[in-house]
Design a protein. Sequence first.
Length: 155
Amino acid sequence: MQFQTPQFIEVEDKVIGPLTLKQFVYIAGSLGLAFLVYRFLPGLIGIPIAILILGFGAALSFYKVNGKPFVVTLEAAIKYGIGSKLYIWRKRDKKIVSEKTPSENVVSPLYVPRLSESKLRDLAWSLDIKETVNPGTEEMAPGKERQKLFGNSSR
């Protein structure tokens, strides 16, 4: 038996003229609400509010942000505004390091070897660990780093 694969499943059906059901509900709802506002509020207040309601209904029906309906963007904005946020601030006191000339055969008290060849992991390690272990040191090439740690002896 052969079955047909459904296609165009993301395209909504046009139910009422050129409008989908959602678009029709947004337009009809905004028209009804704008009429009620216009009818029950004085003209100078009711007309601008009714125009804003009609514009909002049109945006909900037709406007897209980055290829997604405006409703999705509005929902994300409301969730962001209402949702809890976590702000972390950590103050680091930088210690002043005296300007001493290091001797060539002094080994750093803490040496962490390269764990992998991954550039991303090395970058993360250098940002997180290296700065706290060796504050004020300059970056150097891998060969020079080994020479500095183990001396200039070539065995």
